[in-house]
Structure formats: C-alpha cells, structure tokens
Design a protein around this ligand. Structure first.
Ligand code: NAI
Length: 255
C-alpha cells in the first residue's frame, strides 16, 4: 500500500487531498495543529522535528509520498509566522523525510505553492534570498520589518517553489519526483479569512479568474492525486497552476 504523509490534513486543500489519496488506496498519515494523526506545530524547529520523528515512526522509515499543504494566509498574526510555516514548515519536512522517500516505491512529493508566487517583483524581496539561504531568524525579521502580509505570503510561496525546483535536480537522481501545485483562489477557511478582512476582501472579490469563479478544494486535490500517481511518472520539478486561468490573465507571455 502506498504510504503518504499529508501536512495541513485537518482543513481545506489538505483535507481534500487526504480524502482523494485515501480513495486512490493510499494510507495517509496526516499532520496538523489539530485533528490529525500527528499533531505538531510546523511554525517552530522543535515542532517540525517532532513531526518528522513521528512520521518516520509511523511509516517505519519507508515513505512513498509526501504532500505539504499546511500554510497560513495573509491574515496570519505576523509576517514572520507566514514565512515560518509556509517556507520552513515545508522545506524542513521535505529535508527530514527525504531519506524515507528514497526508500519508497516510486516516491513522489508535492508542495502547495500559490499563483501569488508569480506576482511581479516578488523574486527581488530580500526575505526571499534569506529563506533560500535557510536563515530563518533573518527571513522572519525581514518579513516583520517590511510588515506587508501579502508580500510575506507571496514571497514564501515564490521561495518554496524555487526550493522545490532546485531540490528536484538532486532528487531526480535519487528517483524521487518533486513538484509544486500553485492554486488560485480556492474556497477554504484561509480564503474566507482574507475575504472577511477589510484590508483584502474587496481586492480579492474584484480579481476574478477567467473561468469566473473560485476553485473548490477537490479541484486542487484531483490534480494532486494525479501528480502523485504513476500516471504522472515523467512530471518532475515543475509548477502546475490550477487557478481558473489567473496566471494566464496576469502574465500571458511567461510560462
Ligand atoms: P486552510 O486554512 O483550510 O488549511 C491550512 C491547514 O494548515 C489548516 O488545517 C491549519 O491548521 C494548517 N496549519 C497552519 N499552520 C500550521 C502550523 N503551524 N502547524 C501545523 N499545521 C498548520 O487553508 P487552505 O486554503 O486549505 O490552504 C492549504 C494550502 O494551500 C496553504 O499552503 C495555502 O497557502 C495554499 N493556497 C491556498 C489558496 C486558497 O485560496 N485557499 C490559494 C493558493 C494557495
């Protein structure tokens, strides 16, 4: 049986991914702050280490799949926290579970990015370089100094996508596929919190995808299920936008 760790399994996209993978016959080991097989706080080094240790115990050191969904939106309590969960909460799980994946059967990992990662100028933010250099304290401090939650969110999603694409070169040689799915607006508690926030609500409502609607968690999870399957055996190191056409709308000449 395919054994897959899913972070953020208690809600939204992570819950839908867990359900889809279970339907496909996977044994899912869920990690979240609550209501999960492994309850851990991915915003801290200790929480991530505890999550990795518990996951390795649960899978006996052999893992076939990893899907990192856990993340915070721009309404989180601080910019540093967004960086901690969205970048370090994913990258440290990837690193911590890499050896177990290398022992797995046709192993594949996938990180949930965002269409926000394609925002112009995001790649130039100093916090991005600090994330990629693995300097968590400095990256969080930079994010807090800038004090722009949307930039922290987009920067963390851009950085994690670059992290995955760099890691794909090494992991390809180890036989582990690694990809990113970048959703547009998806109806989850995270999006609802932004819609209810006076700072972001109107802008999000006015930025409608070419398909004219938001996505559902299941529409993202079905793509994740495919990309984690042998049907996608040659997909590696790529970022797939599942966004109702938002990326095509904002930058049609970049792909
Ligand atoms: P959600 O809020 O429904 O689910 C996020 C999950 O992550 C929750 O279960 C939460 O408890 C968990 N989580 C947050 N901080 C954590 C921590 N410190 N430790 C452990 N678990 C933690 O949100 P949603 O929308 O399902 O988000 C899933 C992923 O999709 C996130 O990475 C988000 O950035 C991304 N995304 C969401 C979009 C949307 O419009 N909903 C659009 C683009 C990307």
């Amino acid at each position: 049986m395919t054994v897959t760790v899913v972070t953020g399994s208690a809600s939204g996209i992570g819950a839908a991914v867990s359900a889809q993978l279970q339907q496909a016959g996977h044994r899912v080991i869920g990690i979240d702050r609550r209501d999960a097989d492994i309850v851990a706080d991915l915003s801290t080094t200790e929480g991530r280490q505890a999550a990795v240790a518990a996951a390795l115990e649960a899978c006996n050191g052999v893992l076939d799949g990893l899907v990192c969904c856990a993340g915070l939106g721009p309404t989180a309590s601080s910019c540093g926290l967004i960086v901690a969960v969205n970048y370090f909460g994913m990258s440290e799980l990837v690193d911590g579970l890499g050896d177990a994946l290398a022992c797995g059967d046709k192993p594949a990992a996938l990180l949930i990015g965002s269409v926000a990662s394609a925002h112009p100028g995001i790649d130039k933010l100093p916090m991005v370089e600090l994330m990629l250099a693995r300097d968590e304290a400095a990256a969080k401090a930079q994010a807090d100094v800038l004090g722009n939650p949307q930039a922290a969110y987009a920067g963390s999603k851009y950085a994690i996508t670059v992290f995955a694409r760099r890691k794909a070169v090494e992991w390809g040689r180890r036989g582990i596929r690694l990809n990113v799915v970048a959703p547009g607006a998806v109806e989850t508690p995270l999006l609802q919190a932004s819609l209810s926030d006076a700072r972001y609500g109107e802008a999000i409502r006015n930025f409608v995808s070419p398909l004219g609607r938001n996505g559902s968690p299941d529409e993202i999870a079905r793509v994740v299920r495919f990309m984690q399957s042998e049907q996608a055996s040659f997909m590696h190191g790529t970022a797939v936008f599942v966004d109702g056409g938002m990326d095509a709308l904002t930058r049609p000449e970049r792909f």
